[in-house]
Design a protein around this ligand. Structure first.
Ligand code: GAF
Length: 406
């Protein structure tokens, strides 16, 4: 039984081009760019606590193609079908640099936010088409890949200073101001700086990153979509951020990055139970992430896998951002011989799991996960998606962010 393969980027570009020609006519030349989604191997909800994260870029990407126009008008069309939202947006760039307000369709807010925070204003008018293979609401950073791809598109129209870390920060700001999600830096950072065949250990305080090679043909990373759609714009994500800030303040620390388990135990009487558990997850998860990166460098996959499962259990019990479908996917994957570890990935409340396993175990792991689906035909239609795993041969191609001119 084969896993879903990652679609070819050239097919995506061709799809975008067909739509461009349909909407705007056969105008040329077109600039084409792309940016990847990501999977986080470990280090969840640690980025906004100035801790460590260990994501890797995916060959699932968002492509933007388009061209500059002479005026200040912008038209953007997406190939992504969301029944509730129009697939085209038109607006005029303000002459005086006044803010572009967020509005509907909601996907266009990422575009507006990136224009707002672009580091070489003013941006010229343009026409563009977006196409993506990153599943929406799947916890694989569809929004960050759109922001970074769009920023890269603007760079092609009007170059900025090219500083990649600043680019990631501008895209993070776009998400804060225009999508209303107070996210950390992980997703935009790895979408901008991720390297083929490597995970990236990011220090979210210093914004320095170390590449950790993953080029082992005997190893596979399996991503399984629970198809429970997550939305970080709800109240849970900002609530977690606030609880962490409260815990840090009670501990007298700038952030939970500076706190130890000893500090937390000493302050236990001054923290309510929920705040204590949130802080404990973050403090231990930061330690786990550093240990996991070391284990990966040594090829100690069993140790890495154990840390993944500990991370998942902590996200489930202490941070409370998992859900039944994710828990079942993890426990089912862990039953298969050859699986090192499995955990939910991303913000949580749905989305995907990530599983590290021996390459020879991939078919039986997917089969076993699909049996879970077949054996549990309950009333939750979300489960159907368990048939939709993406398996990545580690070291497989990660697309770069500029595709050139079409
Ligand atoms: C989401 C956010 F966008 C990230 O910044 C990070 O906090 C993650 O959730 C949880 O680790 O993807």
């Amino acid at each position: 039984m084969a896993a879903t393969s990652c679609p070819d980027v050239s097919e995506l570009v061709a799809e975008a081009r067909r739509l461009y020609e349909q909407v705007f006519g056969g105008e040329a030349p077109l600039t084409a760019v792309c940016a990847p989604g990501r999977v986080n191997l470990i280090g969840e909800h640690t980025d906004y606590n100035q801790g460590f994260v260990l994501p890797m870029a995916l060959p699932l990407v968002t492509v933007v193609i388009g061209s500059q126009t002479s005026g200040r008008d912008v038209t953007v069309v997406t190939t992504t079908k969301d029944a509730d939202e129009p697939r085209r947006v038109d607006f005029t760039l303000p002459v005086d640099g006044s803010p572009l307000s967020p509005g509907l369709p909601s996907w266009a807010n990422y575009v507006k936010g990136v224009i707002q925070h672009y580091r070489a204003p003013p941006v010229p008018g343009f026409r563009a088409v977006i196409a993506s293979t990153v599943p929406l609401g799947g916890g694989l950073s569809s929004s960050a890949s759109l922001e970074v791809a769009f920023y890269t598109f603007l760079q092609q129209l009007k170059p900025d200073d090219g500083d990649k870390v600043s680019k990631a920060v501008a895209c993070q700001q776009a998400e804060h101001t225009h999508a209303g999600v107070p996210c950390g830096i992980m997703d935009q950072f790895v979408s901008t700086l991720g390297r083929e065949g490597h995970a990236l250990l990011i220090d979210c305080r210093s914004l320095e990153a170390t590449s950790v090679p993953l080029a082992d043909p005997g190893l596979v990373i399996l991503i399984t979509n629970s198809n429970v759609k997550h939305s970080l714009t709800g109240s849970e994500y900002p609530t977690r951020r606030r609880q962490c800030a409260e815990a840090a303040s009670i501990l007298g620390k700038e952030s939970l990055r500076d706190a130890t388990m000893n500090d937390l135990e000493e302050a236990k009487d001054r923290l309510d139970d929920v705040t204590y558990r949130r802080a404990r997850h973050v403090i231990e998860e930061i330690q786990r992430t550093v240990q996991a990166a070391e284990a990966l460098k040594r090829g100690a996959y069993r140790e890495f896998g154990k840390l993944m499962v500990e991370s998942h259990n902590s996200l489930r019990d202490l941070y409370e951002v998992s859900c039944r479908e994710l828990d079942e996917l993890v426990s089912t994957a862990m039953e298969v011989e050859g699986v090192f570890g499995s955990r939910m990935t991303g913000g949580g409340f749905g989305g995907c799991t990530v599983t590290l396993l021996q390459a020879h175990a991939i078919d039986r792991t997917i089969l076993h996960i699909q049996m879970l689906n077949l054996n549990s035909p309950d009333d939750n239609s979300n489960r159907n998606s368990l048939q939709d795993p993406v398996s990545l041969n580690v070291g497989g191609e990660i697309y770069t962010t500029t595709l050139g001119t079409l």
